[in-house]
Design a protein around this ligand. Structure first.
Ligand code: MN
Length: 739
């Protein structure tokens, strides 16, 4: 090859790109309100340089694809950010360009949209049953957050479908199935009729080429047989409406192939039975005109009974509005007429996207409204600028659910905040019970890890696993997992349940200052057991142990029963042994009762900073009274096994009814970002938690360690705060000091 021909080739590429860009510029001029193409030109040049000499399967320069997607976005009438994001939609996925690069050049808004599209592009679907598809659609919408991400993804998919002929046969099938099952239904829900119909027809071409061509040729045949029918009818309608003094636009079309296909194969209709193969559309200026047009049409042609539908009075859930009627033409050929206003027409074609430019004309009523959220947003934001409305529209209709994949590509829907434990039990209780560790997107995570939309979750099990841990009950979000864990403890661990249940029960008795000797009174015990519906004391302990009975409720029941017995005893002049003991209660210091010692000096250890609700023990220090530790404190664990210390550890418990604040500390690790500390501080202040000190350290590698000293009433208040902090963006771990 000589130099000249190389040069010619390069110029050709340049010409192809410029031509594609030119198409975008005219689409912008015609379809959007964008005033200047300066930033768009910059995006085009940046994307072109980034994609370099990358080619599409058809041999054209890669940049022609994002430009074509941007044309579709411009035709929808979206804003400048969307058009720019469409041009850049593949740069993060396919080139070295990063989110930061895009943000620096085109702003955070554009970068966020591109990032969102990239996330959706990375998702892989496998064809599944209908229930799975519904979850996939929801997941896609939930992941997108910003509705513009979905719309750009639609444009991307539409252009890929238009150029699908250059792909391999398996790829054509895979993409067409995905389009038919995921993207077309979403387009439908968002009211984007035009794109939905095109996506369906393009998919059908690959999914059932024989059926597609059969209908295509039947339509051609029909066209030849009824040559000129459409033109004649259109003219007749125009003439009649002209006479009535109605100004309008009239369009004619044959029905799209997939709709005919569905009627023929779904409803087993014959091609000739389908009445709306020919359709005419009359578009007028206002609603009153719509009904006038309807009258004229029914005068002109004989209406088919039962085929009139008023979607103006009762719009479809996706905001579609029109009058539909089917009539018999002068040649005996049936056809459909759709009558609507221009506003309704734009909404019908572009659905939600239409509201960038035109926000009038939404009169959505109808109670089967699945997409009430769109309508609600439209209604509540009626006064704000349309542009603002759509940029702020977040897809949060599935905020209480999270959608994750199994390693096989099945989608599981779990409550928001769910952990790998919830996931494991949602598959099978045996999986949960034998879980030893969990991976999310290939990486091992702690059991408390909060799952995100689109995560691939894998559970690793072992037959030698000792079963679930009691802590799991406080971590899991789904009642399914909680019940299955409880069942396991009930069944598998009676001995252990009795021990842990007894300990919990006795601790609660001490906390509420109820003497344990009550249980030595046989008569009293029988009444107590009957009251809580168990037949033996061990059964009561076992139930408390697996979580079926709460220790607190049990003790409350016992106190109620004691009051009844006491009253009866006093009346009879008797005095059971436990009653005298009950009277001699120990005094608390700093909210702590030290078993056997009154009024001793009590201080809280700095290594684990216990708060009410924590299981605690006391250590008799040399000269400074008793220091209080959590039973899970490392120092207690180390010291309790040392011979010389063993006798210094004594039982202590929280005095009931105290309402003091206790100081404790939490350690947070997170990915560092602007506003992180602010967000955490906001959470704490919204919970009215007192913060004594807060230090934040950058640990390098974009990681931050934050250490906060707070004062709380008890463990549950602390736990609530920790859960809320865990939900702050970019926070990875929240733990207590000493844990
Ligand atoms: Mn693409």
């Amino acid at each position: 090859m000589d130099n000249d021909s190389v040069k010619t080739e390069a110029t050709d590429v340049e010409a192809v790109c410029e031509e594609a860009y030119g198409r975008l510029v005219s689409a912008i001029e015609q379809g959007t309100q964008i005033k200047s193409t300066q930033r768009i030109r910059k995006a085009y040049e940046f994307a072109k340089a980034s994609h370099g000499d990358q080619l599409r399967k058809d041999g054209s320069p890669y940049i022609t694809h994002p430009l074509a997607a941007a044309v579709i976005v411009a035709e929808m009438g979206l804003d400048e950010e969307s058009v720019i994001a469409a041009i850049l939609h593949d740069v993060i996925e396919d080139t070295n360009v990063t989110h930061e690069d895009v943000a620096r050049k085109f702003g955070e808004d554009v970068a966020g949209i591109v990032e969102g599209v990239t996330k959706l592009t990375k998702m892989r679907y496998t064809s599944k049953e209908e229930e799975q598809m519904e979850n996939l659609r929801k997941m896609l919408l939930a992941m997108a957050r910003d509705i513009r991400v979905v719309l750009i993804k639609m444009a991307d998919r539409l252009h890929n479908m238009r150029t699908m002929e250059y792909q391999t046969a398996p790829k054509q099938l895979e993409k067409s199935r995905e389009t038919m099952e995921i993207y077309a239904p979403i387009a439908h829900r968002l009211g984007m009729q035009k794109i939905k119909l095109e996506l369906e027809d393009l998919s059908l071409l690959y999914l059932d080429p024989v059926g597609y061509h059969e209908i295509e040729s039947a339509l051609k045949e029909r066209e030849q047989k009824n040559a000129g029918f459409m033109e004649r009818t259109e003219k007749a309608i125009r003439r009649r409406l002209d006479e009535a003094g109605i100004t309008c636009g009239v369009q004619s079309r044959t029905k799209d192939i997939y709709s005919i296909y569905r009627k023929m194969f779904g409803k087993s209709m014959e091609f000739d039975e389908i009445m709306d193969i020919y359709a005419f559309r009359v578009i007028v200026d206002d609603i009153a005109e719509c009904y006038n047009v309807l009258g004229c049409i029914h005068e002109l042609y004989k209406p088919v009974p039962g085929r009139f539908k008023d979607y103006i009075g009762t719009p479809k859930p996706n905001m579609y509005q029109s009058l539909h009627t089917t009539v018999i033409g002068s040649e005996g050929i049936p056809f459909e007429v759709q009558i609507r206003t221009w506003d309704m027409h734009r909404t019908a074609e572009y659905g939600i996207a239409a509201h960038w430019k035109y926000k009038e004309g939404i009169h959505s009523r109808g109670d089967e409204d699945k997409f009430a959220w769109i309508r609600n947003l439209l209604e509540t934001q009626e006064d704000s600028d349309a542009q603002d409305f759509i940029s702020n529209l977040k897809v949060d209709m599935f905020a209480d659910e999270v959608f994750v994949f199994t390693p096989h590509g099945d989608v599981k829907s779990l409550p928001a905040g769910a952990t790998p434990i919830d996931f494991a039990y949602s598959i099978h209780s045996a999986i949960g019970n034998r879980m030893t560790c969990a991976k999310v997107n290939g990486r091992i995570v702690p059991f408390s890890h909060v799952l995100q939309n689109g995560d691939v979750v894998e559970v690793i099990t072992s037959n030698t696993s000792k079963g679930p841990s009691r802590d799991w009950l406080t971590i899991v979000k789904s009642s399914e997992a909680r019940n299955k864990i409880r069942q396991w403890f009930k069944r598998e661990r009676r001995e252990e349940n009795i021990i842990t249940g007894k300990a919990a029960f006795e601790a609660e008795m001490r906390r509420q200052a109820v003497p344990l000797t009550i249980l030595n009174d046989e008569k009293a015990l029988a009444r107590i057991l009957e009251r809580i519906s168990v037949s033996a004391l061990d059964d009561m302990y076992a139930s408390i142990g697996y979580g079926g009975l709460s220790a607190q409720k049990t003790v409350n029941n016992i106190k109620d029963e004691m009051r009844l017995i006491e009253r009866a005893a006093k009346r009879a002049g008797a005095n059971p042994a436990w009653m005298s003991q009950n009277a001699r209660q120990q005094k608390a210091v700093n909210g702590i009762i030290v078993e056997g010692i009154d009024n001793c000096l009590v201080k809280f250890s700095h290594c684990c900073m216990p708060v009410p609700g924590d299981d605690i023990v006391g250590f008799i220090t040399r000269g400074y009274g008793v220091s209080i530790h959590r039973t899970d404190c490392k120092n207690y664990g180390l010291s309790a096994i040392r011979e010389e210390d063993r006798d210094r550890w004594i039982r202590v418990y929280w005095a009931p009814g105290e309402d003091d604040l206790y100081q404790t500390a939490i350690a947070i690790s997170a990915e560092d970002r602007d506003g992180l500390v602010m967000d955490i501080a906001t959470v704490l202040s919204s919970l009215k938690i007192k913060v004594d000190a807060l230090t934040a350290r950058n640990q390098g590698g974009g990681q931050a360690a934050i250490y906060i000293t707070v004062r709380v009433h008890d463990k549950s208040e602390l736990a609530a705060a920790m859960t809320r902090i865990m939900n702050v963006r970019s926070v990875k771990e929240v733990k207590r000091q000493g844990a």
